[in-house]
Design a protein around this ligand. Structure first.
Ligand SMILES: NC(=O)c1ccc[n+]([C@@H]2O[C@H](COP(=O)([O-])OP(=O)(O)OC[C@H]3O[C@@H](n4cnc5c(N)ncnc54)[C@H](OP(=O)(O)O)[C@@H]3O)[C@@H](O)[C@H]2O)c1
Length: 274
């Protein structure tokens, strides 16, 4: 496993495990399998409806709590200072934990203009020691700029859609300048076309690896934190088996050329669902 050191000194596994769209009981089984395979970082959210299943898997595990890195997120309809504090306590209860490692704002929902207040609630949770780190998801540069101006704690990371067809170079440069990590969601483009891309396939074959493994390796070398999801035991293993090879500079250049700024998910500027 590779680790990153976040801007507050906290260490986080660079490869984690996502559970979006996994029903609660299946999430328990998937997270148990992931922990068994060696994953130590788990990414859930209130809206995924599986915090309890994730919590049961954590409780059943013999891995010490301090070796696990648990992320959850405040959903859009819970934004605002007081609502966020309440939503956090409820998430903690569902997870069966007494702290989470990372708490994130799920979307900025700019139309409602309350992500600064929400972030101030995250700062309180951080200052009270209930979370080890705080950050955001789906923030464009302008949203980050506002937090940097109006808040005190610099987010440790920004979790955004990122994969070879959407490489987020400008956002990554801004984040790097401010010591904010980029964490890639839908790193495999949600199992989409990038897995069938001829260039990716050729690179994967040249290393005796699968397209998913080549893409995950690209993320690690592109200095993303990455959280692939799978409920398939063999893929949970496959996606973890990415630490015994390296892409060459030429491979990295070939993948760099695949960028199309192509989103699979919503544009955060327009995502205002509550
Ligand atoms: N903050 C946000 O707004 C946000 C948004 C989206 C996602 N996320 C987080 O990011 C995580 C990952 O993103 P994601 O779930 O959208 O997509 P993803 O990890 O890019 O892809 C998951 C899909 O790819 C398939 N897959 C996984 N490994 C594979 C492999 N080795 N070969 C072929 N197919 C494979 C999975 O199928 P099976 O499961 O059937 O194996 C699943 O359909 C989420 O689970 C969630 O934790 C966050």
């Amino acid at each position: 496993m590779e680790f990153v050191t976040l801007n507050n000194g906290l260490e986080m596994p660079k490869l984690g495990f996502g559970v979006w769209k996994v029903p609660d009981d299946e999430a328990e089984q998937a997270v148990k399998k992931a922990i068994e395979v060696g994953y130590r970082s788990i990414d859930t959210a209130k809206i995924y409806g599986n915090e309890e299943g994730v919590g049961r898997a954590i409780a059943a595990s013999s891995v010490p709590r301090e070796e696990l890195f648990i992320t959850t997120k405040v959903w859009n309809s819970d934004q605002g200072y007081d609502n966020t504090l309440k939503a956090f306590d409820e998430s903690l209860e569902r997870l069966g934990l007494d702290y989470v490692d990372l708490y994130l704002i799920h979307w900025p929902t700019p139309q409602f203009d309350d992500y600064v207040e929400t972030y101030k609630a995250l700062e309180k949770l951080y200052n009270d020691g209930k979370v080890k780190a705080i950050g955001v998801c789906n923030f464009h540069i302008e949203h980050l700029e506002r937090l940097l101006k109006e808040c005190d704690v610099v987010p440790v990371l920004n979790q955004v859609e990122c994969h070879p067809l959407l490489q987020q170079a400008e956002l990554k440069e801004f984040c790097a300048k401010h010591n904010i990590y980029v964490e890639a969601w839908s790193p495999l483009m949600n199992g989409g076309e990038v897995l069938n891309n001829a260039v990716v396939k050729e690179i994967a074959e040249s290393h005796g690896k699968t397209p998913a493994q080549a893409i995950l390796r690209w993320h690690l070398q592109y200095d993303n934190i990455v959280i692939p999801k799978s409920v398939t035991p063999s893929r949970i293993e496959e996606n973890f088996d990415v630490f015994d090879f390296e892409l060459t500079a030429e491979d990295m250049n070939k993948i760099a050329a695949l960028n199309e700024n192509k989103r699979n998910g919503a544009d955060p500027a327009e995502m205002n669902v509550r």
